[in-house]
Design a protein around this ligand. Structure first.
Ligand SMILES: NC(=O)C1=CN([C@@H]2O[C@H](COP(=O)(O)OP(=O)(O)OC[C@H]3O[C@@H](n4cnc5c(N)ncnc54)[C@H](OP(=O)(O)O)[C@@H]3O)[C@@H](O)[C@H]2O)C=CC1
Ligand SMILES: CCCCCCCCCCCCCCCC(=O)[C@@H](N)CO
Length: 329
């Protein structure tokens, strides 16, 4: 009985401490009106949808990708969504973001000369491969790190100096549900997306004093050209497991990313399953609101129990697929 009362008292004190801390937590909400928003991977899929959402909200936009034809088409499409086509601009740049740092830096400098210091950087350029570990050459592991992790490090490095000078900035890292949970078939991809998390948490701890806020987004499967390409070679297990987390449209994902980024939220998830996984894997990530902190504290245990049911289901999928493969041979 005493222990229970002590527990309740401690929990109460904890809530009060959280409450007292709350005014210190979040930044002022960002307005995208006339802000320079730079979107990597802005020529396709989620990146293009994010650029369109920013265009609707009055931003000036730079998009970066490699293929010039796709960039040109995306630029036109984004321009058709501008709130005020006289005052807003959309610029495009072609560079391999996972390549030479000096090329990336040159591109970012040029973009800042054209549209001013970047207020919001969205690191969306990336690529996935799904296959059995035994079928993935080591070179694919390196490629995944280059495409998803080093491209993000390169661009973030190139904008950070001006953000520190401005004492303002928002940076989004587009990870994935597969960057919170290691998923069958994604040995190479999951590892690269998990790497973004370590980078994001450490960088946020360094950058808060400069009024720079990081958002780490975890989309589930999203209906994009990237997802279509990833189907090649994708194990049946991977399909069945990722389907259980649903299929999202790029514009829904983009809306959530922009909304959470404006608030400066660190963890950004989509849908109910996404919310559950985000709470469950919150770990030591920073929070900017008392509500988010409370939700994490209260739900974590329950969600862990739910996750065990899902894990059991995935186990069943893997076992069944293995048995079918044995039969086929
Ligand atoms: N779709 C999904 O199911 C999910 C996707 N994600 C992540 O979201 C991001 C976007 O995915 P999605 O929209 O599906 O992908 P798409 O393939 O549709 O778009 C990827 C974009 O990134 C660009 N890009 C890729 N590599 C480079 C590079 N080295 N340098 C410059 N630009 C590059 C591409 O242009 P180009 O090829 O011309 O360079 C393109 O604009 C990725 O990081 C992905 O991992 C996360 C969860 C789910
Ligand atoms: C208790 C909580 C239940 C929910 C758990 C869900 C976890 C497993 C689902 C894995 C989904 C993987 C999506 C990868 C998307 C992606 O990044 C690629 N499509 C990239 O193109």
């Amino acid at each position: 009985m005493y222990w229970l009362m002590l527990g309740i008292a401690l929990f109460g004190i904890f809530l009060i401490v959280l409450y007292l801390m709350s005014p210190l937590l979040g930044p002022k909400a960002l307005s995208l009106h006339r802000a320079h928003v730079l979107v990597t991977g802005g020529s396709s899929g989620i990146g293009k949808a994010v650029a369109i959402e920013a265009a609707k909200q009055g931003a000036n936009i730079s998009i970066i990708a490699r293929n010039k034809t796709k960039l040109m088409q995306a630029k036109q499409e984004i321009e058709s969504f501008l709130k005020n086509s006289e005052k807003q601009k959309v610029e495009m740049y072609s560079v391999d973001l996972s390549g030479d740092y000096s090329e990336v830096e040159k591109t970012i400098k040029q973009a800042e000369l054209n549209l001013g210091p970047v207020k919001l950087l969205i690191n969306c350029a990336g690529n996935a491969i799904a296959n059995y570990f035994e079928n993935l050459p080591v070179s694919e592991f390196r490629r995944m790190m280059e495409m998803n992790y080093f491209s993000t490090v390169n661009v973030t490095k190139a904008v950070i100096t001006s953000m520190i000078e401005q004492q303002f900035g928002r940076i989004v890292f587009v990870s994935s549900v597969a960057g919170q949970v290691g998923v069958f078939g994604f040995t190479a991809y999951s590892a690269a997306k998990f790497a973004l998390r370590g980078f994001a948490e450490a960088l946020q701890m360094e950058m808060k004093v400069n009024n720079i806020y990081i958002t780490l987004a975890f989309p589930p499967d999203t209906d994009t050209p990237g997802l279509a390409a990833e189907q090649i070679g994708k194990p049946r297990e991977t399909k069945l497991i990722s389907e259980s987390a649903g299929l999202f449209q790029p514009d829904e994902v983009a809306r959530v990313i922009i909304e959470d980024t404006k608030k400066g939220k660190f963890l950004c998830s989509m849908g109910l399953d996404g919310y559950i996984v985000a709470m469950l894997t919150a770990g030591m990530s920073p929070v900017i609101s008392i509500m988010d902190a409370l939700q994490q504290v209260i739900t974590m245990g329950l969600f862990r129990a739910i996750s065990l049911v899902y894990l059991r289901f995935y186990d069943g999928v893997v076992t069944q697929c293995a048995e079918e493969k044995k039969k086929d041979n």
